[in-house]
Write a protein of this length. Structure first.
Length: 299
């Protein structure tokens, strides 16, 4: 096989079988071939290597020195090819890699933090980089491999990505535990009269989905504070009379805060995990996604 472009791997498999079996009939059976087909492959092997390779004997065939010299290299080549075609097994306990996740401030709190704690328990040597969401850059970042996993919504997920729904989020009204308004359900009038803090995903905004819901019924509220960090908002709410409408998962089980239903229907959102085709079949990334789904996917 002097020209690698003409290499037929099936011929190498036939040569390996012939070297092991030293019998054309048994070699043919091993490869699920007919004896004439195997004899034809032996003819092609002889032409390719310019050597008889095997000579007849009373017990079958005997390899020439050239064939014996080829035995070890051929087995190694076939083993290497098999290894290339066999999916690598992922061992989370010993895996060393870097995982890059893009997430909003909300997703960092509601998903990334508890996910990372469990990931650390099961795959302690995986490093994680958390990046902010930059909607315009997302498609390019996924394509270049700068992001492995995105914790997104159906509205900001780029097209042509693999995605799976995690859960549907709802909005609630939150305030400090001893706030006067925490004693009974809020009326719409009270809700509009009280001063509000707004969780602005892009930063600096004073209007959001709650204001859109109020506008549809001809009402408005007083938004006096806009913050991009939920940690800052939670501390402000605990120390003031401000109230806020926030995703429920952000405030579940937080000390010092009281939760009430919103007196106006505020449309929630669906949280999804998204990833690129380049990591879709990768064993490590598949394991990581399955862990995420185990922890958060509702369906």
């Amino acid at each position: 096989m002097r020209d690698i472009q003409n290499v037929d791997l099936n011929l190498l498999k036939a040569l390996d079988a012939l070297l092991d079996e030293r019998n054309v009939t048994r070699a043919a059976a091993r490869l699920s071939l007919t004896q004439p087909a195997m004899s034809g492959m032996l003819t092609r092997l002889r032409e390719s290597f310019n050597d008889p390779l095997f000579v007849r004997s009373q017990r079958g065939i005997v390899p020439t020195q050239r064939a014996l010299d080829l035995a070890s290299p051929v087995k190694q080549i076939l083993a290497n090819i098999t290894a290339l075609l066999t999916p690598a097994e992922f061992d989370p306990l010993n895996a060393k890699m870097t995982l890059t996740i893009a997430a909003t401030d909300y997703a960092l709190q509601a998903i990334a933090v508890p996910f990372l704690l469990e990931l650390k328990n099961r795959a302690p040597q995986i490093r994680v980089a958390l990046l902010p969401i930059e909607n315009r850059q997302l498609p390019t970042q996924f394509e270049r491999g700068e992001i492995d996993l995105g914790l997104l919504t159906t509205l900001n997920s780029p097209p042509n990505l693999h995605a799976r729904r995690l859960y549907d989020e709802e909005y609630v009204c939150v305030m400090r535990s001893d706030h006067p308004a925490a004693r009974k359900p809020l009326t719409l009038d009270e809700f509009c009269t009280l001063e509000h803090a707004l969780f602005s995903y892009t930063g600096g905004g004073f209007s959001g989905v709650t204001d859109e819901a109020l506008a549809r019924i001809g009402r408005q509220r007083q938004v006096m504070l806009s913050v991009k960090s939920f940690l800052v908002m939670a501390n402000v709410l605990r120390a003031s009379d401000l109230i806020a409408v926030v995703p429920k998962r952000l405030v579940d089980n937080l000390e010092g805060l009281a939760i009430q239903p919103t007196p106006v229907t505020v449309t929630g959102f669906t949280k999804i995990a998204a990833w690129h085709e380049r990591t879709h079949q990768d064993p490590a990334h598949r394991w990581i996604r399955e862990l995420l789904f185990e922890l958060f996917a509702i369906d």
